[in-house]
Design a protein around this ligand. Structure first.
Ligand SMILES: *Cc1c(COP(=O)(O)O)cnc(C)c1O
Length: 384
């Protein structure tokens, strides 16, 4: 039933490519990323799109987006190098991680980066010293709405509004250029009104700062745009329609420059993880559920299934009657159980050696894979 997530032509391409290859591996359909990028552009024509590199950092993906004119949101000097190595100019890069070493700020500055995000006094002081005059986005804490998302970013990022106002003043005093306010409503955010709450807060902060004669120019609305998993989301056009309505409602005619940082929304649906059944067993003769162990698990690609947060649709070529299963990975760690509580069903005819295709695994999979836990190699990725 999940076959419908891809077209017959796409399935043919995926299955044909996968045929004689040793599993597990990730197949990334670059056309899909291209389509999604075009979709973001069409739906948010006024926005600058900064691809959040961490979602899928492969060279092929970065090259495609470079050629399409994307900007890049990086989290470390290592991601910065990956992007710069492809000839991307540093003025297309934003250092969006609020947690960074002073010497890395310096290195990014020396390589030409002039746009940073921050949420703490110490970091602002580092930026003033190591990246003088740079433009700064101040990140607002969003704990109230991120908890609704499927992969919350919680209280780790951002600061309270009152502190944000103080940081803006400090940054201005230290010669930085306060540029805008950023937020992230939580990854895989299916509740669109989360943006309404966030935009309202930003508007009120803009007004407070205007009173102090500080005029911010931009709002960075982060990522959070969804991929279709087992639970489908509204299409991007609905997100855009609603978010644009919120923008007009709160800002009227004077909408600031808009920045977006999609990661998952651009790359999630482009990936299909191909795995194989290693073992099918039961814990007793009368066990009602089969344990299906696959050669992919928490440590080599399916990290986001921790706490069963992200529920990937799965597809096998077997059909017939289904039965309940518990899905688990191949390593010797009891954490490596993929789905135990949420009811997954697979055909009773499933056998060892059969392939299992994990749908919409293009984001936060290969880049999350362990280096060699239990000796298993990191997840291979092929770009089609
Ligand atoms: C991870 C991240 C993103 C991307 O989030 P998605 O939910 O994958 O779109 C965007 N901005 C920042 C600052 C991030 O850390």
């Amino acid at each position: 039933m999940y076959r419908s997530y891809y077209s017959p032509a796409e399935w043919e391409k995926i299955i044909k490519f996968s045929e004689k290859k040793e599993t597990p591996f990730l197949v990334v359909l670059l056309d899909r990323i291209q389509e999604k990028f075009e979709g973001f552009r069409k739906n948010f024509p006024q926005a600058k799109i900064y691809y959040a590199v961490k979602a899928s950092p492969g060279r092929e993906v970065l090259t495609l987006l470079r050629d399409m004119g994307s900007y890049f949101d990086i989290a470390s000097i290592y991601e910065l190098d990956q992007v710069l190595d492809l000839g991307v100019s540093p003025d297309r890069v934003s250092f969006g991680n609020t947690i960074k070493k002073a010497k890395h700020v310096r290195e990014a500055y020396e390589k030409g980066v002039r746009l940073f995000a921050s949420d703490s006094e110490v970091d602002i002081r580092h930026l003033a010293k190591e990246a003088p005059g740079s433009r700064i986005f101040f990140r607002l804490l969003m704990d109230a709405v991120t908890s609704d998302s499927d992969w919350p970013l919680s209280r780790k990022f951002g600061c309270q509004p009152r502190m944000l106002v103080e940081l803006v003043s400090l940054a201005a005093d230290l010669g930085l250029e306060p540029y805008g306010i950023s937020f992230h409503v939580g990854s895989q955010q299916r509740e669109i009104p989360a943006w309404d709450t966030a935009i309202a807060q930003v508007k009120s902060l803009f007004e407070q700062l205007e009173k102090q004669k500080i005029h911010l120019k931009a709002m960075n609305m982060g990522g959070g745009f969804p991929a279709d998993y087992l639970i489908k989301s509204n299409p991007l056009s609905v997100y855009a329609e609603e978010i644009n309505r919120y923008l007009s409602f709160h800002f009227g005619e004077s909408i600031p420059e808009i920045y977006l940082e999609p990661g998952r929304g651009l790359t999630g649906e482009a990936g299909i993880l191909v795995s194989e059944v290693v073992l099918i067993s039961k814990k007793s003769r009368t066990d009602l559920k089969r344990w299906v162990y696959t050669d992919v698990g928490i440590f080599n690609g399916l990290m986001e299934t921790i706490d069963e947060s992200i529920k990937y649709p799965i597809y096998t070529e077997k059909d017939g009657e289904n039965g309940d299963v518990i899905l688990a990975g191949p390593t010797c760690d009891s954490l490596d159980i993929i789905y135990e509580h949420f009811k997954y069903e697979l055909p009773l005819s499933l056998e060892i050696g059969d392939r299992i295709y994990w749908i919409s695994t293009g984001a936060y999979t290969a880049s999350y894979s362990a280096v060699e836990f239990n000796g298993f190699p990191p997840l291979k990725t092929y770009y089609l």
